[in-house]
Design a protein around this ligand. Structure first.
Ligand SMILES: [Zn+2]
Length: 242
């Protein structure tokens, strides 16, 4: 999906939430990159309980909306490897601070925050796609994210209605159709099928031919990056939840 530049909005499951290790000078929380200067009280945020009213949801979302101002914004990419480049919220104008005088010349629409740091960042940061599997273009937990999720649910309800009175559980790998009391054994194609071995054209040596293999190994250029789209596609990553 990312390869095709298609963004999606989804509800992260428990193991995708929280603070995850990230190699660069940033925090990776709930799938999104944030400035390392993000205040502690905004790092671990609860989501509204099921059945919460609109007003209750807004109370919870206020924290997520506030936190979204601390996110890194995409500066460039993805390039052919899927690498993306990210700017800190002070450099991109999402936040201002008296600690960073250049930010004070920015629009007053950007909230003014307190920070003790001497500089806002160490420059543009590069991330590989393998590091950001749960990134969403609309920051998780915000009011904008809920509106986007609601749109998605409308589409999914319509899709479901088109299938008739069918109940479909893709996660469990089977259908239950037209009120049958037993599960139909139809397997759902989960998109995890691995491609078979490539056919070898006539007249060419098989790749497992020793001499050929050695020549190929010598001729192969050094790998510049890891965690690229090409690698991800080969290794068959767990697809994001739909
Ligand atoms: Zn910066």
């Amino acid at each position: 999906m990312s390869t095709l530049r298609i963004h999606q909005t989804f509800q992260p499951v428990t193991h995708q939430r929280g603070d995850k290790p990230f190699s660069g000078d940033a925090l990776l929380i709930d799938g999104q990159l944030f400035s390392p200067l993000l205040p502690d009280e905004l790092r671990d945020l609860p989501v509204p309980p099921q059945g919460a009213s609109e007003d209750e949801k807004l109370v919870y979302e206020a924290k997520f909306n506030q936190r979204a101002r601390w996110r890194l914004t995409r500066h460039a990419g993805p390039d052919e490897d899927g690498a993306t480049r990210w700017r800190c919220p002070f450099c991109s104008g999402l936040l201002r601070s008296r600690s960073f005088p250049k930010t004070m010349r920015r629009s007053r629409m950007a909230p003014l925050v307190e920070t003790e740091a001497e500089c806002c960042c160490s420059g543009i940061l590069t991330a590989m796609p393998i590091e950001l599997p749960w990134w969403q273009s609309i920051t998780f937990g915000t009011t904008a994210w809920r509106i986007s999720m609601a749109r998605r649910q409308v589409v999914e309800s319509a899709n479901s209605a088109l299938k008739g009175a069918a109940f479909v559980s893709l996660n469990r790998g089977f259908f239950r159709i037209m009120g049958w009391s037993r599960n139909c054994p139809a397997r759902v194609h989960s998109g995890r099928l691995q491609p078979g071995p490539r056919p070898v054209p006539q007249g060419q040596a098989r790749p497992d031919d020793d001499a050929q293999g050695r020549r190929e190994a010598q001729a192969a250029p050094a790998r510049r990056r890891s965690g690229t789209w090409a690698e991800l596609t080969k290794s068959g990553p767990a697809p994001p939840p739909t």
